[in-house]
Design a protein around this ligand. Structure first.
Ligand code: DGJ
Length: 540
């Protein structure tokens, strides 16, 4: 009897009910009054993502990671779908593993961002099926300037495009069939870090002929250039621009085929680089040599935006550890035509960069890479991001509602920066990082005594009302003062409650204790383990 009930339960959980299919709107990226929102189940959603390793998207490996995803406090798992696994023989598709993973992700209460490893993976063709790899006549590769084929398919080839389009369309059609009712999958990455690694462009005779001709009129007009040959118009970056033009069109056509079947939000991710742009100022930075040529790097963004209308977002993968470059890339990829989405990042800076991303760049998603890796315990850098996600997660609807306004601000510690002043409507807030005597003994203090440490204090403040704030973060104290020019000179805390939102309702973890017994002023302390504090102030 029990067995039977379980079977019925499973059948209900995994079957598609037409009524349900209609009840949940498709995930969508919408732009309203200049602000982007990712809508999931009809509500604004901020993706707390985590990407699994490149070889992890197999059912038994994913299933071993459920507890890891929980420990990371993710709401979305980013995982690959490999072309060579779903279409091992041309035209014969195998979605068994795909289905098992998707059902598992769904059963964990998570959403999915699926990453199409098709023609391109890190500027190469490693996840194409063997029948593609072994038939270079039918599926031509990029030829380098010496005429030698490289390990990357040519974006100039119609047969390459058609084969990828067929496989991608089959995957999207299948996805629609098994997920339309549940909407587990909220977005699709079309290809992975596309570009040609090993040559700046295809030097096949046909490519050379096109390269020697005029740059297309529609591109010239979109980029507001004067007509001429590729070389005349784009000079030093002509070869890269040429490759980006054909590559972005190729990927746009793959995405378009999928959108016609099931129009989920789409994006491409970027192995960043930028000849002369300082995106990698610590090393030689050359298309086709140190980064895949033709990808949507910062100086190709205008081209990609104009030439790939079926790609909704361009997402830079950010592995930089210096804040100058990290912030530059956040800034470059936040545009009126592109919301910030960070689908790969990691190591020391990422936990605090998440706060910049949410508040200063209105990120719709943020995901560290390699969330399933490592041993039993979370690595310290992953633990810090997991703590970020834990602290902000229940307030995401509020955060999403305030993004892009003056009512959501972040203060982030950097080397040499001990505090940050933030201005709100009625109050100024001074966030002091690692305030002395406030850290739990033996944690930050001991680490600091041992030598230089990664800056880690971070706070996010949301103005909920004229005198109400939500203060979230780590290793900081926040002091409030009425704005200058108001009728008041000082502020006082009326309510200070640590807690979280449960189904949208604030739940304090303990009765509200005001922190002013010691005459210290309106100070909110955020401990090293992090917390969310709701306060009400008054001015006098
Ligand atoms: C960037 C790629 O997009 C990922 O698939 C993965 O290979 C990471 N690099 C590894 O750091």
């Amino acid at each position: 009897m029990k067995q039977k009930l379980i079977r019925i339960g499973l059948a209900l959980a995994f079957s598609i009910s037409p009524a349900l299919a209609q009840s949940k709107p498709i995930p969508q990226l919408v732009k309203n009054a200049g602000k982007f929102r990712l809508m999931v189940d009809g509500k604004p959603f901020v993706m707390l993502g985590g990407q699994v390793g490149n070889f992890s998207a197999f059912p038994e490996i994913m299933e071993r990671s459920w507890s890891r995803f929980k420990a990371m406090n993710l709401n979305t798992v980013e995982y690959p779908v490999y072309w060579n696994v779903i279409e091992p023989e041309e035209g014969k598709f195998d979605f068994r593993g795909f289905d098992q993973i998707l059902r598992g992700v769904r059963s964990q209460g998570l959403r999915a961002d699926v990453l199409w490893f098709g023609t391109w993976k890190n500027g190469a063709m490693d996840w194409t099926p063997d029948w593609v790899k072994s038939d270079p006549k039918r599926f031509p590769r990029v030829l380098d300037s010496g005429g030698k084929p490289i390990r990357s398919l040519s974006p100039m080839s119609k047969s390459n495009l058609e084969a990828d389009q067929k496989a991608y369309s089959a995957m999207i059609r299948h996805l629609r069939e098994i997920d339309e009712a549940d909407r587990t999958v909220i977005m699709v990455q079309v290809e992975n870090e596309p570009g040609s690694l090993g040559s700046v462009r295809d030097f096949s005779p046909e490519s050379n002929r096109l390269f020697d001709g005029l740059a297309p009129a529609q591109l010239i007009s979109a980029l507001k250039k004067k007509p001429g040959t590729w070389k005349e118009v784009f000079g030093r970056i002509a070869d890269e621009t040429f490759n980006a033009y054909y590559l972005s069109h190729y990927i746009d056509q793959v995405a378009q085929a999928g959108k016609q079947i099931y129009p989920l939000p789409t994006y491409v991710n970027v192995w960043n680089g930028g000849y002369g742009t300082n995106d990698n100022f610590e090393k030689f930075d050359r298309p086709g040599e140190t980064y895949p040529s033709g990808g949507a790097v910062s100086h190709m963004l205008d081209l990609w935006k104009a030439n790939a209308p079926n790609i909704d977002m361009i997402a830079s993968d950010i592995y930089h550890q210096n804040p100058i470059t990290y912030l530059k890339i956040l800034n470059d990829y936040t545009r009126p035509d592109n919301p910030l989405l960070v689908v790969e990042t990691g190591r020391g800076i990422a936990a605090r960069a998440f706060f910049y991303a949410l508040a200063d760049f209105s990120a719709i998603g943020f995901g560290p890479f390699g969330v399933d890796g490592g041993g039993e315990a979370l690595r310290p850098d992953m633990a810090a991001i997991a703590a970020d996600f834990r602290v902000v997660r229940s307030a995401l609807p509020i955060i999403a509602g305030l993004q892009g306004t003056e009512k959501l601000k972040a203060a982030v510690e950097e080397t040499g920066t001990g505090a940050r002043n933030l201005i709100f409507t009625n109050y100024d807030a001074l966030v002091r990082f690692r305030p002395p005597g406030r850290q739990p003994a033996g944690s930050v203090g001991a680490a600091a005594a041992a030598g230089p440490v990664e800056p880690s204090a971070r706070a996010l403040i949301a103005e909920l009302g004229p005198d109400e704030f939500l203060v979230m973060g780590f290793e900081s104290s926040v002091e409030f003062r009425p704005v200058q020019g108001s009728a008041f000179t000082a502020a006082q805390l009326l309510v200070e409650e640590t807690g979280e939102y449960v189904d949208g309702v604030w739940k304090p973890s303990a009765p509200g204790l005001k922190a002013q017994g010691d005459y210290s002023g309106p100070l909110v302390n955020l401990p090293a383990i992090g917390s969310m504090v709701k306060i009400k102030l008054m001015s006098y």
